[in-house]
Ligand binder design. Structure first.
Ligand code: FES
Length: 61
């Protein structure tokens, strides 16, 4: 990673949002859910495991 950022967010072409690094993920109430190193957030709205990508986007283009 560049500079001193602790996480990097990348929009993958025709796919999810990749978040990589040291960060905490919180639910809609603000409660800490889990600490992650890398996650993929669904951008197509069709995942069966929202908010995470489950690769359903590959079937729908
Ligand atoms: S972006 Fe992968 S399932 Fe939605």
């Amino acid at each position: 990673m560049e500079n001193n950022y602790s996480a990097e967010i990348k929009i993958l072409e025709n796919g999810p949002i990749q978040i990589k690094g040291e960060f905490v993920f919180r639910d809609s109430s603000g409660h800490k859910t889990t600490e992650y190193k890398e996650i993929y957030i669904c951008r197509c709205g069709r995942s069966g495991n929202k908010p995470f990508c489950d690769n359903t986007h590959l079937k729908h283009g």
